[in-house]
Design a protein around this ligand. Structure first.
Ligand SMILES: [Zn+2]
Length: 192
């Protein structure tokens, strides 16, 4: 997609993620938006464009600039930063940036729209309908009897780094007091 003058002004001829000045800038349409409008795209340098279009997030440290770009005043940049941080949420700094992020409801649903479309029917949501992802931290909203482990997990217990049960949208796995257990999504709230 061609970069409009409006976009060039907006990005000040630099990558909107890593802020590197560049002559070779690309307009990246942030999924799952499909209309090539300025409000739907982030302007990226060659390097960012390559990593992101190949969905290569193995070099996590490269993306540490996201802790800044998540605060962008440009919604597509904010949403794209959030999406990539979600992929890197096993990194402490990325999870911290996600926890501190201030996205509007509309920006959040944009950020989650691709994931929801990909997952089809299997979307894990917490007790309040917020979409859960691998690596999220959740809190219990009820006291739960943990079968087999013979203890009561108190309401408010923090469960870090959950796993989604891939074929059941109502179940996640998490570690409480050293035991990995299955927890029903309706009894958790996504943490922050
Ligand atoms: Zn860049």
């Amino acid at each position: 997609m061609k970069i409009s003058n409006t976009l060039l002004n907006r990005c000040r001829s630099a990558c909107e993620l890593c802020e590197a000045p560049s002559d070779a800038l690309h307009a990246y349409l942030v999924p799952a938006r499909t209309e090539e409008a300025d409000d739907n795209v982030a302007v990226l340098c060659d390097t960012c464009m390559q990593y992101i279009s190949e969905q290569d997030y193995s070099n996590a440290n490269y993306f540490m600039f996201l802790t800044g770009s998540i605060w962008s005043e440009t919604p597509p940049v904010k949403v794209l930063s959030y999406k990539i941080l979600s992929r890197l949420s096993d990194q402490e700094w990325a999870q911290a940036a996600l926890d501190g992020a201030a996205l509007t409801e509309e920006e959040l649903s944009w950020a989650n729209s691709e994931q929801e479309a990909l997952a089809g029917a299997v979307v894990h949501k917490d007790a309040y309908g917020v979409v859960l992802q691998h690596g999220d931290t959740v809190f219990l909203t009820e006291n739960l009897n943990v079968k087999g482990a013979n203890f009561m997990a108190a309401k408010g217990t923090k469960v870090p780094k959950i796993r989604l049960v891939s074929d059941n949208p109502e179940q996640i796995e998490g570690k409480i007091e050293g035991s990995t257990i299955v927890i029903l999504t309706k009894f958790v709230r996504k943490g922050g």
